[in-house]
Write a protein that binds this ligand. Structure first.
Ligand code: NAG
Ligand code: NAG
Ligand code: NAG
Ligand code: NAG
Ligand code: NAG
Length: 391
């Protein structure tokens, strides 16, 4: 059902179609009917945007008054209630809510199985041949919004926009940012200009690429930014304005969702842990992670992918079949390849994203050498070129 050929067909259909996705001729059903989506709004000529609700601060309220932006969470809004706060949205789009929360984990979307299930649902809704849906938006807790965004970016690639939104302040706050971010995000997902740009984050009037995005500030409403490149555009009057035509990161690798989903870790992903390197780094942590069930480890290395010590344990873990990727604990810049690698350097991929890429690589059957090529391939040509000042 999730073959990548479906994706390619979907892409060509999208590229030539008007704002509203037209159901492909010859299909007796639509994704909307098959998935039981209830469209709000009533004007059937407007774009259909799927609202994937995972909660987050955008759905959170506080009993501690209008100044509280740290202790909230006692009150909540459903996806339908967030839409009802923005009725003007339905003059521009049709919206259907799909709920992706669990009882134990009401709003943070941190469970791999849950976000993988949501990703499979999104792929089916947007990229199947009977899709009648133009784009999707997901509400998410800001702490792991970028993890879900990167995952979807590598797995859902039929050209239709997927936009992440959230809020840094609860809706009880005197200056709630969620309504504007939600409105902007829906308008972005509905925009024909947004196609073929990968996952995007609509936050604080900025359009930030989902491939590079990270939470740079823990409490400020201007919380997100890209670790490489800049923003894709801005919102003016809540409408997207792009700086450039669509492009895709050279480092980006698309994974086949069906193949990833046939791994034994289904419905989740292989366990991969992140270790943070500092002076006196203990290499035994790498062996311990493996003994604890990890199939891979990402190390947030010092500077350009350094590891202060523990090389013997790392070599032992590699021999035992653990896959290792070393990124940088610096917020910007690469962890660049070695001339004779035994593990992968993450290049420009941030360690948070490197964990997800390693999970997808392992689930796709990559061995350590293939993982090295995956992460380092785009940068390898810049390594080891001969040069001497005398020549
Ligand atoms: C429905 O949307 C279309 C496209 O924007 C618009 O032309 C039309 O006036 C709308 N119909 C109603 C009843 O609002
Ligand atoms: C928005 O829709 C409402 C009805 O749902 C209508 O009364 C109003 O005129 C519309 N506004 C615009 C600007 O289309
Ligand atoms: C989503 O969950 C909320 C809260 O339980 C519920 O009110 C709403 O009807 C659900 N929406 C859908 C489409 O299932
Ligand atoms: C994910 O979907 C599978 C079935 O496809 C189900 O067994 C599992 O409970 C779901 N997990 C979560 C967390 O939604
Ligand atoms: C990985 O590459 C190294 C160096 O090219 C080679 O010696 C080794 O046999 C390869 N391992 C596998 C599993 O292919």
């Amino acid at each position: 059902m999730w073959l990548s050929s479906t994706c390619i067909l979907g892409l060509s259909a999208v590229a030539s179609s008007a704002p509203t996705a037209q159901r492909r001729q010859g299909y007796t059903t639509t994704a909307s009917k098959r998935l039981g989506l209830q469209w709000l709004g009533g004007n059937s000529s407007l774009p259909k945007i799927l609202v994937l609700y995972t909660g987050g601060t955008i759905a959170g309220g506080s009993i501690y008054g209008a100044l509280d932006d740290t202790q909230y969470g006692q009150l909540s809004l459903t996806g339908e209630q967030i839409i009802a706060r923005n009725p003007y949205l339905l003059n521009h789009t049709q919206l259907a809510v799909s709920n992706w929360t669990t009882k134990e984990d009401g709003s943070t979307g941190t469970n791999d199985a849950l976000v993988m299930n949501m990703t499979r649902f999104t792929h089916d809704a947007l990229c199947s041949e009977d899709s009648d849906i133009d784009g999707a938006i997901y509400t998410h807790g800001t702490n792991s919004l970028e993890e879900t965004g990167f995952l979807i970016d590598l797995l859902v690639n039929c050209g239709k926009p997927v936009v992440a939104v959230g809020a840094m302040r609860p809706w009880t706050h005197l200056s709630f940012d969620g309504d504007a971010n939600f409105f902007d995000g829906v308008m972005l997902a509905a925009s024909p200009e947004a196609r073929n740009r990968g996952v995007m984050v609509a936050f604080n009037s900025r359009i930030i690429p989902g491939f590079w995005v990270t939470k740079l500030y823990s409490t400020n409403p201007d919380a997100f930014g890209a670790t490489a490149t800049g923003d894709l555009g801005i919102f003016l009057n809540s409408l997207p304005v792009f700086y450039n035509t669509p492009s895709r990161p050279i480092q980006k690798h698309e994974f086949d969702l069906a193949r990833v989903s046939s791994h034994s870790s289904f419905p989740a992903l292989p366990k991969v842990d992140i270790l943070y390197a500092a002076r006196e780094f203990d290499g035994k942590l790498v062996l311990d992670a493996h003994a604890n069930g990890a199939a891979g480890v990402v190390i947030a290395g010092t500077g350009n992918g350094g590891i202060p010590n523990g090389q013997e344990e790392i070599a032992e873990a590699l021999d035992n079949g653990l896959q290792i990727v070393v990124g940088t604990r610096s917020p910007f810049g690469p962890s660049s390849p070695s001339t004779t690698p035994s593990y992968a350097k993450a290049g420009f991929i941030h360690v948070i994203q490197a964990r997800i890429q390693l999970q997808l690589a392992i689930a796709s059957g990559f061995n350590m050498n293939q993982t090295i090529e995956l992460f380092e391939g785009p940068m390898r040509g810049a390594i080891g070129q001969p040069w001497s000042p005398e020549s």
